[in-house]
Design a protein around this ligand. Structure first.
Ligand SMILES: [Zn+2]
Length: 72
């Protein structure tokens, strides 16, 4: 499921990257795996290697990401 909202959110690093307020939710009904990420998450991981802080609503645990996306 993709939830597309109006507006943009800036990257907190000092450059001009702005991301759409789009949130994607992946749910695997067979395994029960669930993962949610934003456009900003993609940028933060790719450009900064940052998965957001522990306790953050949009924190992505790297091991969970690997398990959900790259394994059955
Ligand atoms: Zn950035």
């Amino acid at each position: 499921m993709v939830d597309d909202n109006r507006g943009i959110v800036p990257c907190p690093w000092p450059h001009r990257v702005r991301c759409l307020k789009r949130v994607t939710t992946l749910s695997n009904s067979e395994t029960g795996a669930y993962l949610r990420w934003s456009e900003l998450n993609i940028h933060l991981i790719k450009a900064h290697g940052f998965f957001e802080g522990k306790g953050s609503p949009f924190r992505i645990e790297p091991a969970e990401l690997i398990r959900t996306i790259f394994t059955g």
